[in-house]
Design a protein around this ligand. Structure first.
Ligand code: C5P
Length: 238
């Protein structure tokens, strides 16, 4: 396929149309942002690392029967994906208390949750992605109840699959964010799965191997992402 006009530029990726209406072209950038874009930096090689890490996660999930938008990795920063109409609901799954949940419910980071928690946020930069629930989603017509059933079921399956997979690599899957879209008439997993969108803690040392290193000015972001990729590749040869 041929790359055509840019459709969208997000904080971490650019999306292009292609000569095939069913396919989009994604280019991962080195930009890092936090706090809804208030904090910004360029991190060497972040785009390359997240493109590769996302490709590996999507391929692994597809093998486990999860429908994703992933088609193929094209180059170090680029992948082809199925064209999606993104549903404006960000889905967060959590296994361990951290980040905004620690603040919201007043429990210390690291508290293991008795069962996974799913949260929904309205994907709107100007509003700062506010927390919403199924009632808001239905009343504002952001997604149908049938779509939300599919989304919740896929999100919980992805959590089970990735929690087990990462535990095997010596990593606690603390939480992560997913986005879904409609391709044809089916809901599939879109966006990216990377240390930008997940919290990964080393199971032994509890060292943070994710974007919290940037959010919290800890340094060592590129090295942490390299470590995640190294562990993934050790398990998923070629
Ligand atoms: O900030 P909070 O604790 O709500 O984040 C939960 C999870 O969702 C984290 O893994 C974070 O990286 C991810 N997230 C994201 N994009 C957002 C908000 C959160 O990837 N806009």
């Amino acid at each position: 396929v041929e790359k055509l006009e840019q459709l969208y530029e997000g904080k971490a990726k650019k999306i292009y149309a292609t000569s095939d209406p069913n396919i989009y072209w994604v280019a991962y950038k080195d930009s890092a942002t936090a706090f809804n874009g208030v904090k910004k930096a360029e991190i060497d090689n972040k785009g390359i690392l997240n493109n590769r890490i996302s490709a590996l996660f999507f391929q692994y999930l597809e093998k486990q029967g999860i429908p994703t938008h992933f088609v193929e990795q094209l180059s170090d920063r680029e992948m082809l994906v199925k064209s999606l109409r993104i549903i404006p609901v960000e889905v967060v799954a959590r296994n361990i208390v951290a980040g905004s949940l620690a603040k919201r419910v007043g429990r210390p980071e690291g508290t293991v949750l008795a069962k996974p928690v799913l949260e929904f946020y309205y994907k709107d930069d100007e509003l700062g992605d506010p927390l919403i629930n199924d009632y808001h989603i239905a009343a504002l017509d952001l997604a149908t109840p049938e779509q939300m059933d599919t989304i919740a079921s896929i999100a919980l399956r992805v959590n089970d699959i990735l929690k087990t997979f990462m535990a095997d690599l010596g990593i606690d899957l603390v939480d992560f964010k997913l986005e879904f879209g409609v391709h044809g008439d089916t809901v599939i997993l879109g966006d990216e799965i990377s240390p930008d969108t997940c919290r990964f803690w080393d199971s032994e040392t509890k060292e943070k191997l994710d974007k919290d290193r940037f959010r919290r000015d800890m340094g060592g972001l590129e090295e942490a992402y390299q470590e995640i990729l190294r562990r993934l590749e050790s398990k998923l040869a070629n």
